[in-house]
Design a protein around this ligand. Sequence first.
Ligand code: C5P
Length: 290
Amino acid sequence: MPEPLRARAPAKVNLALDVLGRRPDGYHELDTIFLELELADEVEMLPSAEPGVDVLGPWSAGTPTDGSNLAWRALELAAAAAGEAPAFRLTLHKQVPPAGGLAGGSSNAAAVLRLAAALWPPVGPLLPGLALQLGSDVPFFLVGGLARGQGRGERLERLEDPAPVDILLFPPPPGEAATSRKTAAVFQAFTGLPPAARAVPRVLRRLASGELCSADLLGANALEPAALRVFPNLGGHRARVEAAIGQPVVLTGAGPVWFWVGPSGEGEKLAERAQAAGLAVILTRAARRT
Ligand code: C5P
């Protein structure tokens, strides 16, 4: 039996997200700071006479196993580019809450693209284009670490790793999970004007001056007000989280996951407080790349 090819597929948060305007193609022009997390799914790819997708792990619910699965679409695209058949079984071990603004699905797709490029070297140079075809967050995972993303998020500039920080993720309670096409719904509800004072330069200055905390990120996600309108229970969830941990939290991407960031070593006791208040919480850290 052949060994499967394996890749980590980490989650991300957006430390800041400016929406600069709507483009003629319907997308929005963004300026954002992506941060790769230690929290990751694992993706396996095994040659198979019965190609398809299996989804396992604590956050498997809600991830499609049909042709709409983004990792499967990544395999199909890469195979077509290589002139090969997508004769593989993909197994996704989900540790990342889906559809939360953590880009787990996008990261799974990027992991498959990287594995496919290792199998079929001519696909390597095509990866950035294939990634953007799959979704605006996919190209970031070809770069990883801390990066500034402009355009739809595909014009990426890698930045130095931040000082070590703990990160707490607060997924919504079960039953209040995201609606399908929620990112599109949040962008559609976005009514802001191009910002007079952009958040990205402010957060970049803060990152350069040392340890980051979530109070520094308040107001830095332009999608937060729109997400609060789209998800009826999002504001209540934030209030419960902030009451439990006694510190502010901010939204990642289009949400609905809230996150806290703060000094290394402080996350554990705050996570315990959140758990004692009956909240779902995941403790992780910024990934170290350099
Ligand atoms: O690129 P992706 O498929 O992840 O985007 C999902 C939806 O989010 C798009 O169809 C679009 O409505 C919206 N979007 C946007 N501008 C971006 C990224 C996403 O309007 N830069």
